[in-house]
Design a protein around this ligand. Structure first.
Ligand code: KG4
Ligand code: ZN
Length: 338
């Protein structure tokens, strides 16, 4: 451990949240300012990239200023600037990255480029002292669905990934078809609470016997076909029941595969990461399954599951500790892999 506390300024702008945070020693969140553009994109049913970049430009200075004021930390006392450089929307990423470069240059402190997925995983360390590698994590967001074996800080083995849609993307698309709006995850989660999950037995794609990969396109088509049939036969659409049946199909696969991966690697803990980790059924299902097997499940508080800069500052801290700095040549990479 360094003798002195390390203060990292994190910056996140990969999609539709403009966020800045100050995190001490990778775990102690002093401030985490998140400006969400959800309401701006809602009328379009999804994120409009050009509109997102323009709003990041408007808000980036504001969120950084608020993060500094909220933490009581002076810019000159920051030890490094961590910023998401991918994956994400290229224009949006460039706003945060250019801003971070300018700050790092002006205060002569290291720039640390962070992979957004690494950030989601590190959200589990924030405001918490006991989550430590190794563990299995399910990263499920709007753009990604991965089962990852976290061997050590920043050392990852991707065991499984989606072959088509991400879990959050499936929630968003089905929500739109059910008329529940954007973002779909919270809307379906809510509707499902008063729905019957056995109403329709939608398919669960487990793929090959030993595969940790996911595929949600078959499920998505099955729900859309079901809705079309209802419309053709003029059968009323039971939105809550269909939402519950769809959610059950997604969560069954996510929970079973994550549990299987943890047992296969002999892990005693599972962490959830990404926006879909806010899902109430996923949380309770995994907790129940894990407690039967003597495993512990951890999930970050809701604001830390969705996109935020504290998770980027935390991931940046572990790179800072290893001296893994980025050059000012660093470019944004829209399809950056973990
Ligand atoms: O991690 P995130 O904030 O952004 C990306 O990196 O994509 O994840 C956003 C995704 C959206 O698809 C949203 O519908 C989903 O997370 N989500 C949920 C819930 N809350 C957000 N999905 C299921 N249940 C929820 N409660
Ligand atoms: Zn994300």
């Amino acid at each position: 451990m360094l003798e002195k506390d390390s203060l990292i300024l994190g910056i996140e702008s990969s999609c539709d949240e403009t966020s800045a945070a100050i995190v001490k020693n990778g775990r102690d969140c002093l401030s985490n300012i998140i400006y969400s553009q959800i309401e701006i994109h809602q009328p379009y049913g999804g994120v409009v990239p050009e509109v997102a970049s323009r709003n990041h430009i408007k808000m980036i200075d504001v969120v950084v200023e608020k993060a500094l004021v909220g933490s009581g930390v002076m810019l000159k006392d920051i030890d490094a600037i961590a910023v998401t450089y991918g994956p994400g929307l290229i224009g949006s990423l460039l706003v945060g990255l250019s801003y971070a470069k300018a700050v790092a240059y002006s205060i002569e402190k290291p720039l640390i480029g962070v992979n957004h997925i690494d950030g989601h995983i590190c959200a589990n360390y924030i405001n918490n002292d006991y989550v430590k590698p190794p563990f299995i994590t399910l990263v499920a967001s709007g753009g990604h669905t991965n089962i990852i074996f976290v061997k050590d800080y920043g050392s990852y083995e991707v065991m499984g990934q989606t072959r088509d849609d991400a879990a959050g993307e499936a929630f968003d698309k089905i929500s739109r078809s059910l008329g529940l709006g954007y973002p779909g995850g919270p809307a379906i989660d809510q509707a499902a609470k008063i729905g019957n999950s056995c109403f329709v037995d939608f398919p669960r794609a487990y793929l090959e016997e030993d595969s940790y990969d996911f595929s949600f396109s078959g499920l998505k088509s099955a729900v859309l076909n079901y809705l079309n049939t209802c419309k053709m036969k003029e059968i009323p659409i039971e939105v809550n029941h269909i939402a519950a049946s769809f959610q059950a199909a997604v969560i069954d696969v996510l929970a079973n595969k994550t549990m299987k991966a943890a047992l296969a690697r002999g892990m005693s803990s599972i962490c959830l990461s990404g926006g879909v980790a806010r899902n109430s059924l996923l949380r309770t299902r995994l907790e129940t399954m894990a407690s039967h097997k003597g495993l512990v499940v951890h999930f970050p508080e809701p604001d830390l599951c969705s996109d935020n800069a504290a998770m980027i500052a935390s991931a940046g801290y572990y790179q800072y500790m290893k001296g893994q700095y980025s050059s000012f040549e660093l470019n944004a990479v829209a399809n950056l892999k973990i």
